[in-house]
Design a binder for this molecule. Structure first.
Ligand SMILES: *[C@@H]1O[C@H](CO)[C@@H](O)[C@H](O)[C@H]1NC(C)=O
Ligand SMILES: *[C@@H]1O[C@H](CO)[C@@H](O)[C@H](O)[C@H]1NC(C)=O
Length: 537
């Protein structure tokens, strides 16, 4: 795809606006991310990985609430590339979201400078490459947003923070995996599981008596994972930007795309202990171990590797026990829906049913029977430049149709400031995870079997956790409340990468007639242009 930068006049106009918007300043942080191929061999055989600044996984992006992050991404690959920011809300600014529907790909040999603001956000997230099947080759890294130093944490400051990126892994090159799907195939069972890019020996160093924060994200492609540490309890403290009621856990399920923080205290005899990650809900369980290493350790890891949970019921119980710590201070979502989400009237109910089927004889996935195909122009740019014929805002039903799967560039129109109930209905036999960009969703309920209006009686309308990535168990439903407080074009996708790639996603156009810059930013002055938007300014 041809891509151009906006012209100088646009840049000057853009800068003038930029200066006026950001006058009352939050600090800036500058990052450069250089994206290259490199040899990696996480499973003992060399394969082509995607490195960020020479690293696999990439470096952490570390910031503080409200800061402006200026991130210049240089694409040294021979393919178009984009990075997206899982869980970063990009308030008023879906242009910076870095997914197909919002941002033109960075052509090979070029760079693009993202300008994000982590407005009113704290917590643990990650970045990842959003196009093609790049995510299967790496290109991901942690994102950490600390509270403003004047805001006390609801727990003693940990001795250190560790990013723990876990995920299933394939030895197959990302282009081959992609070709496999393009040709109508599916992904096989993964070849292994990685902890911070390693299939064995990943090490977390701890000093006796001290407490550490582990920021755990599942950056894999397909599998829910269970995380545990031999002989150590973990205290759950944060889920995707919200402090939780502190709950001691012996193990933690992390579904694809999700992030959690736990505290671990070095309160055991000084030796090495297994850190264990294993697949959930698979008949053949894949397991990988790392090491929790006491700095004064006198003994290598030993003893049986602790087993993970087996029952689905266990996972339901753990998920439903995760509650918001309503007493913790810290930034919140917009006042609408922040403290008393349970008392706000629902303006619309959207039910989303995933399904699988064939289109022209090839494997596809769908939401309410709509299987997403990208158009030639990012949807946000089509919107911004009022280019007709790229998508229709009503191209996906907001209720299951149970009809045959059909191909479409699916966009669902919603109103800015609407307060919607979304019910994810999974009649399939696998765990799903869903992610909505730009927003946080209160997880009010999840149960086995079919949802009905009566199911609302089971909702937690008091202290449900708001999060960006939510699981839906096999033959079950999950209900969320979403304050649509962010104008823009936002991707709602399956985090299961085969499903996402083959159509289980759509865009939610959060729309207002207002053109106020308080509601939505202008297109960035350095925006790349492509498709039908190529000659626009
Ligand atoms: C590319 O990087 C240069 C600095 O090296 C920067 O001035 C320029 O704005 C970047 N390009 C884009 C499109 O962001
Ligand atoms: C919610 O709806 C009810 C019934 O329609 C109405 O009486 C109430 O005032 C509404 N509450 C809010 C906060 O708008």
């Amino acid at each position: 795809m041809e891509v151009k930068s906006m012209n100088t006049t646009a840049i000057i106009i853009g800068l003038l606006f930029l200066i006026s918007i950001v006058a009352a300043e939050n600090p800036y942080r500058f990052f450069e991310l250089h994206v290259t191929y490199g040899d990696i061999s996480p499973l003992g055989v060399a394969q082509q990985g995607i490195l960020i600044n020479g690293m696999f996984p990439g470096p952490d992006i570390i910031s503080v609430t409200n800061e402006n992050l200026i991130i210049n991404v240089f694409n040294h690959l021979d393919e178009p590339f984009l990075i997206s920011w899982s869980g970063i809300r990009n308030r008023r600014n879906s242009f910076q979201d870095g997914v197909y529907g919002t941002t033109c790909p960075i052509p090979p040999g070029m760079n693009y400078t993202y300008a994000l603001q982590v407005k009113d956000q704290i917590g643990s997230f990650y970045y990842f490459p959003s196009l093609g099947f790049h995510k299967s080759a790496g290109g991901f890294g942690g994102i950490r947003i600390s509270s403003n130093p004047s805001v006390p944490l609801p727990f003693p400051t940990p001795a250190d923070d560790y990013t723990v990126l876990i995920g299933d892994w394939y030895k197959t090159n990302h282009n081959d995996l992609r070709a496999q799907l393009d040709n109508g195939g599916t992904l096989s069972f993964p070849d292994g599981i990685l902890i911070n890019g390693l299939s064995s020996g990943a090490t977390l160093n701890i000093e006796p008596g001290k407490t550490y924060r582990l920021r755990i994200s599942n950056v894999g492609l397909q599998n829910s994972l269970n995380f545990r540490i031999q002989n150590h309890m973990m205290m759950l403290v944060e889920v995707e930007g919200t402090h939780t009621i502190q709950t001691p856990l012996s193990s933690l399920d992390v579904h694809v795309g999700q992030s959690y923080s736990v505290l671990v205290t070095a309160d055991q005899p000084a030796k090495d202990y297994y850190v264990v990650v294993s697949t959930r809900f698979t008949s053949n369980i894949l397991t990988t171990t790392g090491v929790l290493h006491y700095t004064n350790s006198v003994e290598p890891v030993s003893g049986p590797i602790p087993n993970g949970p087996k029952l689905l019921r266990w996972s339901f119980d753990q998920a439903r026990a995760i509650k918001t710590d309503l007493a913790a201070s810290g930034p919140r979502q917009s006042p609408q829906g922040s403290y008393h989400y349970g008392m706000i009237n629902i303006t619309r109910t959207i039910r989303l049913a995933n399904s699988v089927g064939l289109i022209e004889g090839k494997q596809r996935y769908a939401v309410n029977s709509a299987s997403f195909y990208p158009a030639d122009t990012p949807l946000k740019l089509a919107d911004y430049f009022k280019i007709e014929g790229v998508y229709n805002p009503g191209s996906i039903s907001d209720q299951p149709t149970h009809g045959e799967i059909f191909p479409v560039t699916s966009v669902m129109q919603t109103d800015y400031k609407a307060f919607v109930e979304v019910v994810f209905e999974n009649s399939e036999n696998t765990v799903q995870t869903w992610h909505l960009d730009g927003h946080s969703s209160f997880v009010v309920g999840m149960e086995l079997y079919k949802w009905s209006p009566d199911s609302r009686k089971l909702y937690n309308l008091n202290d449900a956790i708001p999060r960006c990535t939510v699981q839906v168990f096999p033959r079950s439903w999950t209900a969320v409340y979403i304050p649509l407080d962010n104008v823009g074009m936002w991707n709602m996708r399956s985090e299961l990468w085969e499903r996402q790639y083959l159509g289980q996603q759509f865009y939610m156009r959060v729309y207002t007639t207002s053109t106020s810059l308080n509601d939505e930013c202008l297109i960035p002055n350095n925006a790349l242009l492509c498709g039908k938007a190529i000659d626009r300014i």
